[in-house]
Write a protein that binds this ligand. Structure first.
Ligand SMILES: [Zn+2]
Length: 353
């Protein structure tokens, strides 16, 4: 009886802490890729129950609604603790203001909001109006992130620590650790650079999530030459478990030099039915000795249907889709993780490298 009372009061105490999920007691780390039709929205829930949303899809009801549904109904969240906006293109920042109307957003991290169009187009007179909702939505704190910065995360009482660190932002990359002498990367010698990208894609914020041996790399829409800076002249990135395919899988990104250095076991692409899933990106990923499974949010429904992974690894096969999400769940020891598409029943386990 006493025990039952105790556990009841414990449950009430837990429930009274608004953003502490009961599931958090499991010690798992979960990542959700929400279907935002060729935009990006990656939701991370730490073992301590904190939430990190990387990019917020498009404005206009659909994407904020889908993100809020996954956050509240599936992940059991009542707030977004940290929002990271990789860069200021509509498909990445557009949903944030509407999400903030549906659930509070505590801290925002981005490259700062310029007064002019971020794609170096000063003729664009619509920018200030376009960015207004993002600039003005209510958040507890706004932060400009720099390479080397870590987002302050609460840690669960038991279990492995979790960290998420910025590796690059605004075309600046982390310096090598002071105590490490890095060898030159021989792959750089003959690897081509491309014409300078003057769009905000090149400024994308790059983040590395770590828990135990597990590592997840996400780089927004970072383009070829900035990707190269992460691996040339020396490799500044670790070999990771999971690679969020950069820029929806477009070939102006996904420099093979970087992907080969990252050497992921699993790739997850936030593409649309007509966007991303580029031929070069696809062949780079397929050719990796490390790759075990490639996932896509959508089947590429263009004529180049050969640029698709196996149907069982695709969350949405039809254009008029159910907005199925992809979920990754890392077990508390961080030794294994499963990737699933809950609506189709697909589930596959992987061993952390
Ligand atoms: Zn994009």
């Amino acid at each position: 009886m006493k025990k039952a009372l105790l556990s009841l009061s414990f449950t009430i105490a837990l429930a009274s802490i608004p953003h502490l999920r009961l599931e958090a007691a499991t010690g798992a780390l979960d990542i959700y890729w929400v279907d935002v039709e060729g935009g990006a929205a990656t939701l991370i829930v730490t073992p301590a129950g904190e939430s990190i949303l990387i990019d917020s899809g498009n404005p206009g009801g659909r994407d904020p609604g889908r993100i809020h549904d996954v956050a509240s109904k599936v992940a059991g969240l009542q707030r977004i603790d940290h929002l990271i906006t990789t860069h200021l293109h509509t498909d990445h920042y557009g949903g944030a203001a509407e999400i903030s109307q549906l659930m509070p957003i505590s801290s925002v991290y981005d490259n700062g909001i310029p007064d002019q169009n971020p794609d170096n187009n000063p003729e664009d007179r619509t920018w200030l109006l376009k960015i207004k909702p993002y600039r003005e939505f209510k958040a507890d704190k706004r932060n400009v992130i720099k390479p080397g910065d870590s987002i302050p995360l609460k840690q669960a009482a038991k279990g492995l620590p979790v960290s998420i660190r910025c590796l690059a932002a605004k075309q600046d990359v982390i310096p090598p650790a002071a105590n490490v002498r890095l060898a030159a990367n021989p792959a750089c010698t003959d690897a081509p650079t491309r014409e300078k990208d003057t769009s905000d894609n090149a400024n994308s914020i790059v983040m590395l999530l770590e828990m135990g041996d597990f590592q997840f790399f996400v780089a927004g829409d970072l383009t070829w030459n900035t990707e190269r800076q992460l691996v040339c002249p020396a490799i500044l990135v670790p070999q990771v478990d999971v690679y969020q395919v950069t820029h929806h899988g477009l070939d102006v990104s996904n420099n093979p030099l970087l992907i080969r250095a990252l050497s992921p076991a699993v790739s997850i692409m936030s593409n649309g039915t007509q966007k991303g899933c580029g031929a070069e990106t696809f062949s780079t990923l397929k050719s990796l000795p490390s790759i075990q499974a490639m996932y896509q949010i959508h089947r590429n429904l263009r004529a180049d249907s050969q640029n698709n992974t196996a149907n069982e690894h695709i969350a949405n096969l039809e254009a008029r889709c159910q907005a199925n999400y992809i979920k990754l769940s890392l077990e508390p020891s961080a030794k294994t993780y499963t990737v699933s598409i809950p609506t189709t029943g697909h589930k596959r386990a992987f061993t952390t490298k």
